[in-house]
Design a binder for this molecule. Structure first.
Ligand SMILES: Cc1ncc(COP(=O)(O)O)c(C=O)c1O
Length: 431
């Protein structure tokens, strides 16, 4: 069956209209290898997403696949106890790799991991209020991640990476705050900015959680934590098992030890196969050191995409870290038009999201992607309205506008009213 027929069938038996159909180019993937996908029309498509970043080594990596097959066929996929030699060895490898890790526990998805971390700090401190910046998953406690201010129902304050607001909250709400959880956005906020957040938390004795679900193996081999950002807990996931569901919460042993008090559980946290894959992934990283080459390709790709847009006079800002960078256009509509044109040319990009190339993406793939991107820019140039943006880059207000919409960034300190309500909920809050 071809793409079109399968898309129709999907709509009637399984797919959500927006999430599954409209938010992607219309195709059904048949197989994937390295950096390439094959769709159900038999077309080869270069993938710059690595499936939300998970296929860090590329699809169908032979050694990781062999370890998955060996686990399933020789030892079994799941055991009735949470403990297996694989889990214990994986925890040891993680403790060796990440400076924050004294102890490590495992879950399935990134949302599981961040939710568990929040439950742990609440149990550890006996307090409720969580201060948050950025996206941490789709679970209920966090649905309003892009709406700055206090969410009374979930007792979460979204402070939008703003240091002044964080400082005021910590000053005024110390007695109520269970923890601070932040997702690094390296395109906008430096390592020093994150370090400052950690320092503010440290001064008040409030646990600081670094959500490195995306960056833990993509910012570098040990994420931001390995690049100088301290944390009490770190959550990693994407890439750890090269596409299999696995997340890890690591950090201070006494906080991780609040696992039981936090009421954490999960039948499939026992599954051993992702842990076997994770062990192989970390071994390969150690033996092959794939980061210098991959970071160099990612960095060249960023430079060449920016240059292509500058040459075409299309306003664009390419920003972030080489294995997780964003292309910020002057509007989501333009980004979507470019994404569609690239897809027509055979490259799957997320021009309004994050590009995450993998270790099997070489110089040939890079040149192919840049050539298709250039073609896409020339095809949209006359159909889009770039009024007010200026050429060669993107003005500050558009850069900030993207950050507000994409991850709830706050650039002005105008939240005194919300802060007051959050730190004294009995004075007119929900409690
Ligand atoms: C920083 C961050 N945290 C949490 C999540 C949630 O992970 P998952 O989609 O695996 O639940 C994501 C997913 O994109 C993420 O990027």
């Amino acid at each position: 069956m071809n793409n079109e027929k399968l898309l129709h069938k999907a709509l009637s038996v399984t797919a959500a209209r927006q999430y599954d159909i409209d938010s992607h180019p219309p195709f059904v993937v048949q197989s994937a290898r390295g950096a390439w996908l094959k769709d159900c029309d038999g077309r080869d498509i270069l993938d710059m997403t690595s499936s939300n970043g998970t296929a860090l080594f590329g699809y169908c990596n032979d050694e990781i696949n062999a370890s998955i097959i060996e686990q399933i066929s020789q030892r079994g996929a799941i055991f009735p106890t949470t403990l297996s030699p694989q889990r214990i060895s994986l925890a040891e490898c993680i403790i060796e790799r990440y400076p924050a890790a004294e102890k490590a526990v495992f879950f399935r998805t990134g949302s599981d991991g961040t939710t568990a971390a929040v439950r742990m700090v609440r149990a550890y401190t006996g307090r409720r209020l969580i201060l948050s910046s950025g996206y941490h998953g789709w679970h209920d406690w966090h649905r309003k991640f892009d709406k700055p201010g206090w969410d009374a129902q979930c007792d979460i304050f979204h402070f939008g990476y703003n240091l002044d607001i964080l400082s005021k909250l910590l000053e005024q709400g110390q007695e109520r705050i269970a923890g601070v959880i932040v997702t690094p956005e390296p395109g906008w906020y430096s390592v020093d900015h994150l370090k400052n957040m950690y320092q503010l938390c440290l001064q008040k004795g409030i646990p600081f959680i670094l959500d490195e679900v995306m960056s833990g193996l993509r910012y570098g081999a040990a994420g931001l934590n390995g690049s100088g950002v301290p944390a009490d807990l770190v959550v990693i996931s994407k890439g750890l098992a090269n596409g299999l569901a696995l997340s890890c919460v690591m950090g201070k042993a006494d906080i991780i030890d609040s696992y039981d008090a936090a009421g954490l559980a999960g039948t499939y946290n026992k599954e051993v196969t992702p842990m076997a894959a994770g062990l192989t992934a970390l071994r390969l990283i150690k033996e092959q050191d794939p980061y210098p080459a991959a970071l160099a390709i990612g960095s060249d790709l960023m430079t060449e995409l920016q240059q292509a847009a500058n040459d075409a006079d299309v306003p664009l800002w390419v920003t972030g870290a080489p294995l997780m960078f964003k292309t910020v256009f002057s509007s989501a509509a333009i980004a979507n038009t470019v994404t569609s044109a690239c897809f027509e040319g055979g490259v799957l990009m997320e021009c309004n999201g994050t590009h995450m190339v993998n270790f099997s993406f070489g110089y040939e793939e890079k040149s192919y992607a840049v050539a298709i991107f250039k073609k896409a820019l020339s095809s949209i140039k006359h159909s889009c309205d770039f009024t007010g943006t200026g050429s060669n880059g993107l003005n500050l207000s558009l850069r900030e506008g993207y950050a507000r919409a994409a991850f709830g960034a706050v650039f002005e300190d105008n939240m005194s009213h919300d802060i007051e309500r959050a730190v004294q909920p009995n004075k007119g809050g929900l409690f």
